[in-house]
Design a protein around this ligand. Structure first.
Ligand code: M6R
Length: 595
C-alpha cells in the first residue's frame, strides 16, 4: 500500500508541505515514515518507525527546494528503521520512495552486491536507488540513469526519486497510483489527489508505463515503449474536492465524521439523478449484448451484493458477483461483449484492477462505480460514474458504502423506469439526519454490552443479508472482536452451534411482512439457545428481543441505508471504548494496492 509524495519548487519550504501531504496519506499505511530533502546538493533523510507525527513531525531537517516523502505499510521486509523509506544509494546522491512490490528484486540485489554496492534494508525498493547510482557512475545523465533503472523493474510501482544537484523529481508508474499536481511556484506528485489539495486542484493523472520529469516550471511525460521513450501530452484536470473536506472538524475521528456525512451525501445523490441517467442508459444498452458480472472487494463487495439484489428486484436484470481476489479463478466464462461492473471506493484496489484487466483481455466492457477522481479504475474503464461521497479518510468504509448503495438504487431504478427515486432518497436523508442522535445513543449503549464479548453475530435476510455482512466487517476490522454476518435463515445449518448463554446476535428485521415472520422464527431460535438478541427493526413491531432499535424504515429496498448507520456506530463506539483507533486499525490500510 504505502503513500508517496514529491515536491519541487522555486523557493525553499518543501519540508513542511511534504509532512502535510504525508499526513493526508497516512491512511494508506502507518507503520513507518520518512522524508528526504535537498537544498544545496546534499540529500538529508529523516525516517523511522512510527506515525508521521512521531517520526518527522518536528524533524530538524534543513529545508530545501526538492523533496520526497513516504508512509509505509510493510510488504517486503519487516517494520524497522532500515526498511522505512526513503532509501539512499551508497554515496547518498540518489533517494527513492516507492509504493508497490517489485518482482525478482533478489536477483538485482545479488548483482548490485556483487558490483560492490552496500544495501542497508531488506526492501525491494532500495535496489532502485543503487541502480540509478550505478548508471550515473557509468556516465548517464540523470534522466537517462533513472529511465534505465526503471526499464529493469518488473512488478508494480509508483516511484519518485531525487538526485543530488538536480532540482527535479523523477517519476515512474506501473500498476500503482501516481498523480501530478501543478502549482504556481512548483510541481508536485503523490499517490492520490487528497495529499496535494492544500497545494493545488489541477492534476495530471499518470497511466501505467509512464515516466515523468518534474521541475519547478515544467512537467514532461513519456511512455516507455519497449526500449524507446515516446513523449506524451496529457490533459490537465481540475478536481472539485477542497482541502476543507480533509479536516475532521469537531469530530474525534474521521470515521465518526464520515458516518455523520451520510444524510448530506444521500441528498446530493438524490439531486443528481440526471448525472446517473446517462450511465444507466449506457449500462442498459450494453446489457442487450452480454451478461453482467459485478466485481468488488470488502465493503464495496457488500454494496455490490445489494446492487445485484436491486438490479434483479427492480429491473429484472440478472447478474453474478465475484469477490475481486477470486475473479481470476471464477471468470472463465466471460466473453466478448459481456459486461463487468467494478465497484471501488478508491479505484486503486489491486484485486479489482486485476479483475478489470482480465475482463478487458477477454473483450468484456468495463463500467465502474468509483469515489476517487482520476483513480486508475476510472482510467481503465469504458464508462465510470462517481458516488460523490468526497474523500474518505477512515480506513473503515462508511459513507462510501451508503453512497454506493444509493447509486446502485438509482441505477437499478432508472433501468427499470421507476420514478420518485429522488424523493425516496431525500426522505431517507431527512430521516437519518433527524435520528442521528438517537442512533448514536443506542449504539453507545450496545457497544458497552459488546465490548467484553468474544463473538458477535449479525443476521439478516434478503437485501439485509449483505448489510449483516457489512455490520460484521465493520466491527471486526476496527474493534478486533470476532464478528460474523450470516443469512438469518442459513444460520441454523451450522453456526447456531456457536450460540451460548449471552452470545450477542444482532438481528436485522425486515420491513416486508413475510420476511419479517421468518426472521422472527430465527430470533426465537437463537434466543432459546441463550443468545442476547439486539434487533434493528421497523417501528411499532412486537418482536422478542433483549434490546431493540426502532427505525422509521418504511420500505424493504431502502432499509439497508437506514440499518447500516447504527451498525457503523456500534462498531465505532466499541472500538473507542476498547481504546482502539477506529481511523487506523492494526494491520490494515485504506487502499489495498497489492494482490
Ligand atoms: O477502495 P475499495 O472500495 O476498492 O476497497 C475495498 C476494500 O479494501 C475496503 O472496502 C475494505 O474492506 C474496507 N477497509 C472496509 O471497511
Amino acid at each position: 500500500m504505502c503513500g508517496i509524495v514529491g515536491i519541487v519548487r522555486r523557493r525553499l519550504g518543501v519540508a513542511r508541505d511534504l509532512i502535510r501531504s504525508l499526513k493526508k496519506l497516512e491512511y494508506r499505511g502507518y507503520d513507518s515514515a520518512g522524508i528526504a530533502v535537498m537544498s544545496d546538493g546534499d540529500i538529508e533523510v529523516v525516517k523511522g518507525v512510527g506515525t508521521i507525527e512521531a517520526v518527522v513531525g518536528d524533524a530538524k531537517i534543513r529545508d530545501g527546494y526538492v523533496g520526497i516523502g513516504h508512509t509505509r505499510w510493510a510488504t517486503h521486509g519487516g517494520v524497522s528503521p532500515e526498511n522505512a523509506h526513503p532509501h539512499l544509494s551508497c554515496n547518498g546522491e540518489v533517494a527513492v520512495v516507492h509504493n508497490g512490490t517489485l518482482d525478482d528484486f533478489e536477483g538485482m540485489r545479488r548483482e548490485l552486491i556483487a558490483k560492490g554496492h552496500v544495501l542497508h534494508s531488506e526492501t525491494d525498493t532500495e535496489v532502485v536507488a543503487h541502480l540509478v547510482e550505478g548508471n550515473l557512475k557509468s556516465g548517464d545523465k540523470p534522466l537517462s540513469a533513472f529511465v534505465k533503472a526503471i526499464k529493469k523493474l518488473k512488478g508494480s510501482y509508483a516511484i519518485v526519486s531525487i538526485i543530488s544537484g538536480e532540482r527535479a523529481l523523477f517519476l515512474a508508474r506501473n500498476k500503482s497510483p501516481l498523480v501530478i499536481g501543478l502549482g504556481e511556484d512548483g510541481n508536485y506528485c503523490a499517490s492520490d489527489v487528497a495529499a496535494l489539495l492544500h497545494l493545488t486542484n489541477r492534476f495530471i493523472f499518470m497511466d501505467d508505463g509512464e515516466i515523468a520529469l518534474l521541475t519547478p516550471s515544467e512537467v514532461e511525460i513519456w511512455r516507455l515503449n519497449g526500449d524507446s521513450l515516446e513523449k506524451v501530452h496529457k490533459e490537465t484536470e481540475e478536481v472539485e474536492w477542497t482541502p476543507q473536506l480533509l479536516d475532521k472538524g469537531a469530530f474525534d475521528h474521521f470515521m465518526l465524521k464520515e458516518i455523520h456525512e451520510q444524510p448530506h451525501i444521500l441528498r446530493k445523490i438524490a439531486e443528481s439523478i440526471d448525472y446517473y441517467t446517462r450511465f444507466s442508459e449506457r449500462l442498459n444498452s450494453l446489457l442487450r449484448d452480454g451478461s453482467l458480472t459485478i466485481v468488488a472487494a470488502g465493503t464495496s463487495y457488500h454494496a455490490g451484493l445489494i446492487g445485484k439484489y436491486l438490479l434483479s428486484k427492480l429491473a429484472g436484470v440478472r447478474s453474478e458477483i465475484i469477490v475481486a481476489s477470486e475473479f481470476p479463478e471464477w471468470s472463465s466464462h466471460l466473453r466478448q461483449g459481456d459486461i463487468v461492473l467494478a465497484i471501488s471506493q478508491s479505484g486503486e484496489t489491486a484485486d479489482v484492477l486485476e479483475a478489470v484487466r482480465i475482463a478487458k483481455s477477454k473483450g468484456s466492457k468495463v463500467v465502474s462505480i468509483v469515489n476517487v477522481p482520476g483513480s486508475t479504475l476510472t482510467r481503465i474503464s469504458d464508462e465510470s460514474i462517481f458516488i460523490q461521497a468526497g474523500p474518505e479518510i477512515g480506513v473503515a468504509a462508511t459513507k462510501t458504502f451508503s453512497a454506493q448503495v444509493a447509486v446502485l438504487y438509482v441505477v437499478s431504478s432508472l433501468i427499470s423506469g421507476r420514478s420518485g427515486i429522488s424523493r425516496e432518497l431525500t426522505e431517507v436523508s431527512e430521516l437519518l439526519r433527524g435520528s442521528m442522535d438517537s442512533l448514536d445513543e443506542f449504539s453507545k449503549k450496545m457497544s458497552d454490552l459488546l465490548k467484553d464479548k468474544e463473538h458477535v453475530f449479525f443476521l439478516g435476510r434478503g437485501i439485509n443479508y449483505p448489510t449483516a455482512l457489512e455490520g460484521a466487517l465493520k466491527l471486526k476490522e476496527i474493534s478486533y472482536i470476532h464478528a460474523e454476518g450470516y443469512p438469518a435463515g442459513e444460520y441454523k445449518h451450522g453456526p447456531l452451534a456457536l450460540i451460548e448463554e449471552g452470545t450477542p446476535a444482532i438481528m436485522l428485521v425486515p420491513v416486508n411482512e413475510e420476511l419479517r415472520k421468518k426472521t422472527i422464527y430465527n430470533i426465537m431460535e437463537v434466543r432459546s439457545r441463550g443468545a442476547f438478541t439486539i434487533t434493528i427493526q421497523p417501528r411499532g413491531m412486537e418482536i422478542p428481543a433483549d434490546a431493540s432499535l426502532e427505525t422509521d424504515a418504511w420500505d424493504e429496498l431502502i432499509s439497508p441505508l437506514i440499518y447500516t448507520v447504527p451498525l457503523q456506530l456500534i462498531a465505532y463506539h466499541t472500538a473507542v471504548i476498547l481504546g482502539r483507533d477506529p481511523d487506523k486499525p492494526r494491520n490494515l490500510a485504506k487502499s489495498v494496492t497489492v494482490e
